[in-house]
Write a protein that binds this ligand. Structure first.
Ligand SMILES: Cc1ncc(COP(=O)(O)O)c(C=O)c1O
Length: 373
């Protein structure tokens, strides 16, 4: 059996350290926004190359609070990708603004800047690029559009902590960046957790107030806030894991490189190359391979075949957001965003985690070869 990801190997390696840290938090009795949260915020800000980081309850809340802090709401339009996890867009909807889905670049699966530019209207307030699978969106072009029209840029960096575009870390390029520490992420907690990173001191202050029920001082509330605080136990776990993150990112990158080589070097028995498309990485980008995602003909049959061989795969994402029942009233029907729709039909993510072995990867690629035989 080769799972799509294996959290147990990582836990086994860090078990003693993590148990000790959790015991210390329990002894301290300081469970919410405790000293480990403050320390983690400093460490993550430094890791992301930002001045500030605000720990919140999840990646979803990182987005939700960012929209609130930037006064995005009713009457506003926010341009984003339909080829992402639903939280990118449902948080826009919860703010009262309208998500405007535009098509993706078929090579990277990220927002197509030309499509973004074409969708700007007088109501547009912000752009939300998603750094899908761990590769930054085309930030130079997106930031240029934002600057031209005076728009906010909120980076959905949930899948991309540590990814870089021309040396700039994911989350540090827009007004703010939203991180998820969902357990399966490159830096994963043992529960829900998230963070907003930013270089804007005022925005950081607003986010801090918003996460504490809208008040800096207990029982005094200046704005309409939320309860969205990072808990100390998750922060203690994340601090331990953060020390290993760069090593894990390199292991992911090495694993991706091995997949690339194995897939490119394989042929079917008739000597044909495999008909799969391996990830395209933009120049000047550090991809952190949250996922290793292929474009594959007969994708669903391939997934079934690999499952029978005990190999886990996932489809991120099978239905683009503009075609979800949730967004039927936007009127962006089938055929309106063809690149996103084709990606949803064709992508498949292979097992990817730092500890995956070359032997496991050979077995996976061998099974793919057999499928296309
Ligand atoms: C692209 C994207 N945005 C937002 C989120 C939401 O993060 P969370 O699950 O921590 O709320 C996720 C992760 O699940 C994600 O992958």
């Amino acid at each position: 059996m080769i799972p799509i990801l294996d959290l147990k190997v990582q836990y086994d390696a860090l078990r003693d350290e993590i148990v000790e840290a959790l015991l210390q938090v329990m002894e301290s009795g300081n469970f919410i926004l405790g000293p480990d949260v403050k320390a983690l915020e400093r460490e993550v800000a430094e890791y992301c190359g930002t001045g500030y980081a605000i720990g919140v309850a999840s990646g979803t809340d990182a987005l939700r609070l960012s929209f609130a802090a930037l006064d995005i709401g009713a009457g506003d339009e926010v341009i984003t990708t339909p080829f992402t996890f639903v939280a990118t867009a449902n948080t826009i909807s919860h703010s009262g603004a309208r998500p405007v889905f535009v098509d993706i670049d078929p090579a990277t699966y990220n927002l197509d800047p030309d499509a973004v530019a074409a969708a700007v209207t007088a109501r547009t307030k912000a752009i939300v690029p998603v750094h899908l699978y761990g590769q930054p969106a085309a930030m130079d072009a997106i930031l240029a559009i934002a600057q031209r029209h005076g728009l906010h840029v909120i980076e959905d960096a949930a899948q991309a902590i540590g990814a870089e575009d021309k040396g700039r870390r994911a989350g540090s390029m827009g007004d703010c960046g939203c991180l998820s520490f969902y357990p399966t992420k490159n830096l994963g907690a043992y529960g829900d957790a998230g963070m907003v990173v930013t270089n804007d001191a005022d925005l950081a202050e607003k986010l801090d107030i918003l996460r504490r029920q809208g008040g800096k001082t207990k029982y005094y509330h200046s704005v309409l806030g939320f309860n969205s605080r990072l808990d100390t136990m998750q922060a203690a776990i994340l601090r331990i894991k953060l020390r290993h993150l760069d090593e894990w990112q390199e292991q992911r990158r090495e694993a991706a490189c091995r997949y690339d080589g194995l897939l490119a070097g394989s042929t079917t028995s008739s000597g044909q190359p495999l008909p799969v498309v391996t990830p395209f990485v933009r120049p000047d980008v550090r991809h952190v391979y949250h996922q290793y995602t292929l474009r594959a003909p007969r994708r669903d049959a391939l997934a079934d075949f690999l499952k029978q061989r005990g190999i886990g795969t996932m489809i991120y994402y099978p239905l683009p957001l503009h075609l979800q029942g949730l967004y039927a009233d936007l009127g962006q029907g089938e055929g309106s965003l063809p690149n996103a729709e084709a990606a949803a039909r064709e992508v498949i993510s292979l097992p990817m985690y730092p500890e995956i072995t070359e032997a496991q990867q050979q077995e996976i690629v061998q099974a793919i070869v057999e499928f296309y035989q």
